[in-house]
Design a protein around this ligand. Structure first.
Ligand code: ZN
Length: 95
């Protein structure tokens, strides 16, 4: 079975440190894309789907924040500040 995917390729920006990406709208899985819960179609008394606010679709917002790379841990996730401070403290105290 086929599946449609969306991909974000991470590329460090020349200016700015924050990015916002919006996915293509997808069918609301709770109401099946109808936006309401009646068998006869939408009307003023039909309860709206609260998950999609009656739109029948959901959209993802992907926020990306760029930070300076941690020189002590260049090939993985940045360490927490307290870890950096602890390592710095050890270097200083070992001298
Ligand atoms: Zn819905």
């Amino acid at each position: 079975m086929s599946e449609m995917t969306e991909t974000i390729t991470l590329r460090a920006p020349k200016i700015g440190i924050k990015e916002h990406h919006y996915s293509k709208p997808q069918e609301c899985p709770r109401c099946g894309g109808r936006g309401h819960f009646t068998p006869d179609g939408p009307n003023d008394e039909a309860p709206k789907c609260e998950h999609c606010a009656g739109t029948g679709k959901l959209q993802a917002i992907v926020d990306i924040a760029w930070v300076p790379a941690n020189r002590w841990h260049a090939h993985g996730a940045p360490r927490a500040d307290w870890e950096i401070n602890e390592q710095t403290r050890r270097k200083i105290t070992q001298r």
